[in-house]
Design a protein around this ligand. Structure first.
Ligand SMILES: [Zn+2]
Length: 299
């Protein structure tokens, strides 16, 4: 699909009120007009308060928000749309505090909305796998500076980082938290994020030897510490950018939500060439994401 570029003024014009947002949602769900799933009737009453369409033929009620992140929320769609606009416009992300002030929402509501948007980002990226020439390395996020550093540090979370190399640029990236690095976990994360039979460069850690058994072309020659930035350049750039991102707007994040923030980072990074279309792209991602409840976010 073709994504639109939307300036603030264009966005405001396109979505001036609740009705316009509802209309846009309706168009996404039924691009060629409403058709009742029960009786195939094509006319329906609008039930705006409950965000429903009611078939004039058989009375069947079709939800406008089913299959979107707005499902079962009481927040007006207009505020949702603006939240997506704000989240898409700032490269560094938007904090729940700022969103709650700008959209006149309770902090808890703003927090949950941003997390739902993050889930939509993660779901969107989970549809893609990396291919070609790939760098892969484990990194350590969070915790304080004290204690053991690097592999084996207890207060940090291990994150597997994978980056595509496209000529002299980085392509797509993926990041996945894991308990620790083992052959079994490397195999799982690789299956999830990398196409079969690719070219993968890692350091000499034994756990990576599973990559060859999986059918990848694996270069796992040991890398002396000082050369890591030359041998695995994109992975290291991605790691330092991600750490800066987490510290910037969010002032560091807890282990529990680290994966969600990493998903946000990767989503933004992977679309860095389409900045102008970010709002439209994120809107599409949110409209096509499985809903999550507040309880599920807190679990
Ligand atoms: Zn019907």
């Amino acid at each position: 699909m073709a994504y639109q570029e939307l300036s603030l003024l264009q966005f405001k014009k396109k979505f001036p009120n609740e009705r316009a947002c509802r209309k846009a949602l309706k168009k996404t769900r039924w691009p060629s007009g409403f058709v009742c799933p029960k009786c195939a009737h094509t006319r329906a009453y609008d039930r705006p308060k409950r965000r429903l369409l009611e078939c004039t033929g058989c009375g069947y009620q079709a939800s406008l928000t089913a299959g979107t992140i707005f499902h079962h929320t009481r927040t007006p769609l207009l505020k949702w749309y603006w939240a997506i606009y704000l989240a898409s416009q700032d490269k560094g992300g938007v904090s729940a505090m700022r969103l709650s002030k700008q959209l006149e929402l309770g902090y808890k509501t703003a927090w949950a909305m941003l997390h739902k948007i993050r889930k939509a980002m993660g779901q969107r990226d989970s549809r893609y796998t990396l291919s070609g020439s790939i760098e892969m390395d484990d990194a350590f996020f969070g915790g304080t500076g004290k204690g053991k550093r690097g592999r084996g540090a207890t207060n940090k979370t291990t994150v597997m980082v994978m980056t595509e190399t496209k000529g002299d640029k980085a392509g797509f990236i993926a990041m996945q938290t894991m308990k620790s690095v083992s052959g079994e976990r490397v195999e799982k994360v690789t299956q999830k994020h990398i196409e079969p039979g690719q070219k993968i460069r890692t350091d000499g850690l034994h756990a990576f030897s599973v990559l060859k058994k999986m059918g990848h072309q694996h270069d796992g020659r040991p890398i002396p510490g000082k050369q890591a930035h030359e041998e695995l350049p994109w992975v290291h750039i991605a790691i330092s950018n991600a750490k800066r991102f987490l510290l910037g707007t969010y002032h560091g994040v807890s282990r529990k939500y680290l994966q969600d923030y990493l998903n946000e980072f990767c989503y933004r990074f992977n679309r860095r060439s389409w900045e102008q279309q970010m709002t439209d792209r994120l809107l599409t991602a949110c409209i096509n994401a499985n809903p999550v409840t507040f309880a599920e976010l807190k679990a």
